[in-house]
Design a protein around this ligand. Structure first.
Ligand SMILES: Cc1cc2nc3c(=O)[nH]c(=O)nc-3n(C[C@H](O)[C@H](O)[C@H](O)COP(=O)(O)O)c2cc1C
Length: 281
């Protein structure tokens, strides 16, 4: 359903407990020793998810392998959208090359993909349809234009009910350069690597947006290729780098229905506001 909503939208707009010995700290200096039981398995069309996968690999010190389509998506953005739309409409399964690893050798899998139509990309759909991850811990990661780590993780859990599926790290394509420091924090905070990091404070209670909050939202979201809605309430927190905002936003789906989302914005000292993620409800 989400795929179809997104397709309508693009049409309209024409277009580890890993048991390893890695240590890390606030200075972002993690160096990993070999971690045999964890695999990083990813699909990436244009390289963003691959760069996150490789950063995770460097920190975790585990095996890494890519999922590849027999017929690669080697066209530009418009061609990819067209092929994806046609494959979804015709219920066509993307054929994959054989995996270079044996999944039985791993008990934790970091599973990465770009978000396509609000969920994991089609090659990952094929992988999940053809392979059982029964009994494994699966930690998702994703790159996206605006968001989708929550919805895609829920979708992985749905198709792999016998795996323990955990939401992992997600980053906007436009912010991939910020990923290494965020991945460091993500891995330490969740206990996947050892290390110390200053915890971030909780968000304040949400209040009605002021004109100033609205101006920050507009600076962060106004240039995005699709409209992201109108902020109604906002909470914030002060971090070592600046201020983070969490907006409750009202918007309309392509078919005119009212919908709500949470949009996270960060304002790092001396930089322009940027949104980090849209979580659609
Ligand atoms: C067919 C297609 C559908 C997409 N759908 C979404 C989407 O629903 N939401 C979103 O935030 N980004 C969407 N994107 C953007 C990609 O998720 C984003 O560019 C991603 O970082 C690409 O990762 P890669 O470089 O690893 O292929 C879409 C891109 C393509 C090509």
């Amino acid at each position: 359903m989400k795929r179809f909503l997104f397709m309508a939208f693009v049409t309209a707009s024409a277009l580890c407990g890993c048991g390893n010995k890695t240590t890390a700290n606030n200075d972002d200096t993690a160096v990993a020793e070999k971690n045999d039981s964890t695999l990083i398995l990813y699909y990436s069309q244009t390289g963003a998810t691959q760069s996150v996968a490789e950063e995770l690999q460097r920190r975790l010190g585990c095996d890494i392998t890519a999922i590849e389509a027999v017929k690669p998506y080697d066209g530009d953005y418009a061609a990819t959208i067209q092929r994806w739309r046609s494959e979804v409409e015709n219920n066509e399964k993307v054929e994959l090359k054989p995996l270079a690893v044996n999944l039985d050798d791993y008990n934790t899998i970091f599973l990465g993909y770009p978000i396509w139509g609000g969920t994991y990309a089609l090659p990952m759909s094929s992988f999940l349809a053809d392979n059982s991850l029964k009994g494994k811990k699966v930690v998702t990661f994703a790159t996206f234009g605006s968001g989708g780590i929550d919805s895609s993780t829920a979708d992985v859990a749905k198709v792999q009910p016998e795996a323990t599926v955990i939401k992992g790290y997600g980053v906007r394509n436009a912010r991939v350069a910020k990923a290494p420091a965020e991945i460091n924090r993500f891995l330490i905070e969740n206990g996947y690597i050892a290390g110390e990091i200053t915890p971030l404070p909780a968000y304040s209670e949400a209040v009605t947006v002021t004109d100033q909050d609205k101006a920050i939202f507009d600076q962060a979201c106004g240039n995005y290729q699709f409209p992201l809605g109108t902020p109604v309430m906002v909470a914030n927190r002060t971090t070592p780098d600046g201020i983070d905002y969490k907006y409750d936003v009202k918007s309309q789906t392509p078919d005119g229905k009212e919908s709500t989302s949470t949009i996270y914005v960060t304002v790092v000292k001396d930089s322009l506001p940027e949104f980090t993620e849209v979580v659609r409800h």
